[in-house]
Design a protein. Structure first.
Length: 541
């Protein structure tokens, strides 16, 4: 391309960039989208923690031997939630002086405060309760966190366990479940209130003959027998929110009683509850290392890359086709095509669109992270740290940006090809739909092939137009050499050039030839026209 052609290409790209960047709607969208993302994540959490009161639950034990242990088991469940939340808060806000090789130092921090939820045992829960629960351990945990850490907020309870109203206690003492049901109905419907003024949402009824069933018992696959089942009475969907907690607590109590009856001592039961630690070693580095959260982020990059590329393609390509339709209706394109080649015109528009997409991506990520940092929970500190660690890999950020541009230019070129057939905004919107479906089909392909980046199919797909950038990102940890990346990039560049060549001819037919009526015949005639003119010149000579 000559210097004059390059100058015109950059001028068109600059015009396309400024035309979109100066649009007030675009700027408003750029600011509102991060706000919507943050709010959509915070509002459900706020509703769950603040706006919706936890359901109240009472227990009616006709067996007379389960309720007390069940209440203790439910208290243990709550203690597990509180201990797990406290340990997580401490890990997120741990001061640097208590870190060893980037991890909490187990020699300086109590082991009870280092455990993840899945590692917390019954002994840990008992120790947590002996130390006074949150009131006793929170001051200890605060000694290990940063001075600027946010205050710890205990997780909201899943439900509130309340005493059985006196009227229902009398009904239960008669041993008549039918009478209890009639007495409980006004409480569950809200017509009668508990002594403290609250409504009773769920009544857990334990029949006298409640029992555990073996996994092969046919009753598990049929309708449960009321005589042997934990019954949850409610006047709506409140039971669904507490069913798992109550079932787990009752099951643990009944299983413990059965083990005691079988002669198992508490020491044997504790030995059966022991777990085996698992260490996951990632061998992508030469020395190998224990798998970190940053490795999980890197593994998720291909999917995040696909979603980001598709989102910005849909946003920018739709704007590009809309601009082309407007300029075509105002006959601006005819004037532009008379001064530059169609390929230069469309190439400039694609480069301007790619620049806008990079600006949008940078602004979206920056504003979203800033909003989360200001408004979001403390977990965002860990997220920022992990993402930064994942992107700190040498060359990864350059690879992501380059593959994003290659993928964007190819698919945006397809939108431009479709835009050659559009005469107005309505027809351009109709033409967008097939291309949207094509792009969305890329996501499952990337997920399937990305799970095995060393397979033959993944290697071949790395050189295919369109899907190649996705697969290069998916294979970035599979030992890709610079030669493979450059060869795949050249393949994409040739595909983009081919798309622009086709788009230029179709565009010229649409603008200068009075529209596209028979595309194959018009295209063949246009391609042969320069050769015929050259032959005619030779004949004249």
């Amino acid at each position: 391309m000559s210097t004059d052609g390059l100058r015109k290409l950059l001028l068109i790209a600059r015009h396309e960039f400024l035309q979109t960047a100066g649009n007030r709607v675009f700027l408003l969208t750029l600011v509102l989208l991060p706000f919507i993302i943050v709010v959509s994540g915070l509002v459900p959490r706020w509703i769950a923690e603040e706006a919706i009161a936890p359901p109240t639950v009472a227990i009616a034990d006709f067996s007379g031997r389960i309720e007390s242990r069940m209440r203790a088991q439910l208290a243990s469940q709550r203690a597990r939630d509180e201990l797990a939340a406290l340990a997580r808060w401490m890990r997120l806000n741990l001061a640097d002086r208590f870190l060893k090789n980037g991890r909490p130092d187990p020699d300086r921090i109590p082991a009870l405060l280092l455990k993840h939820r899945s590692q917390i045992t019954t002994r840990d829960i008992a120790a947590f309760q002996r130390r006074g629960g949150l009131a006793g351990l929170l001051p200890i945990a605060m000694a290990f966190v940063r001075t600027d850490a946010r205050s710890f907020v205990a997780p909201p309870p899943d439900f509130l366990l309340v005493p059985l109203p006196p009227e229902l206690v009398q009904a239960m003492q008669t041993g008549d479940i039918t009478r209890l049901r009639e007495q409980a109905r006004p409480y569950l419907n809200g017509r009668r209130r508990l002594p403290d003024g609250r409504r009773l949402d769920v009544l857990a009824v334990i029949p006298p003959r409640i029992t555990l069933l073996s996994p092969d018992d046919p009753a598990l696959f049929a309708r449960p027998d009321p005589e042997h089942s934990l019954q949850l009475w409610s006047a709506g969907t409140g039971a669904e929110r507490v069913a798992d907690n109550l079932r787990e607590a009752a099951t643990a109590v009944l299983r413990h009683r059965r083990l005691e009856q079988a002669g198992m001592t508490p020491a044997i039961q504790a030995a059966l509850a022991a777990s085996l630690p698992v260490q996951r070693i990632d061998l992508r580095s030469r020395a190998g290392h224990e798998r970190r959260p940053a490795d999980v982020i890197r593994d998720f990059l291909p999917r995040a890359f696909a979603f980001a590329l598709i989102y910005f393609l849909l946003l920018q390509a739709s704007l590009l086709m809309g601009h082309m339709a407007e300029e075509r209706q105002s006959r601006v394109l005819e004037m532009l095509v008379s001064t530059v080649s169609p390929q230069t015109l469309l190439g400039g528009k694609l480069i301007g669109g790619a620049a806008i997409s990079l600006l949008s991506l940078t602004a979206l990520l920056s504003l979203t992270l800033l909003a989360l940092r200001l408004l979001g929970p403390g977990e965002v500190v860990l997220v920022l740290r992990v993402v930064g660690e994942a992107l700190a890999e040498p060359g990864l950020l350059v690879l992501l940006i380059s593959q994003f541009l290659l993928g964007f230019l190819f698919f945006a070129g397809l939108f431009v090809v479709a835009g050659a057939f559009a005469v107005d905004q309505r027809s351009s919107q109709l033409l967008v739909m097939p291309l949207m479906l094509l792009m969305f089909m890329m996501i499952p392909v990337v997920i399937v092939l990305g799970d095995d980046p060393t397979s033959t199919a993944a290697r071949i797909a790395s050189y295919l137009p369109g899907i190649g950038p996705f697969m290069i990102v998916a294979r970035h940890d599979a030992g890709l050499g610079l030669g493979t990346i450059l060869l795949a990039g050249m393949t994409q560049i040739l595909a983009i050039a081919g798309v622009l060549w086709v788009a230029g001819h179709l565009f010229r037919m649409a603008i200068l030839e009075g529209g596209i009526r028979n595309p194959l015949r018009q295209w063949r005639a246009m391609v042969r026209a320069p050769r015929r003119a050259q032959n005619a010149g030779r004949t004249g000579d």
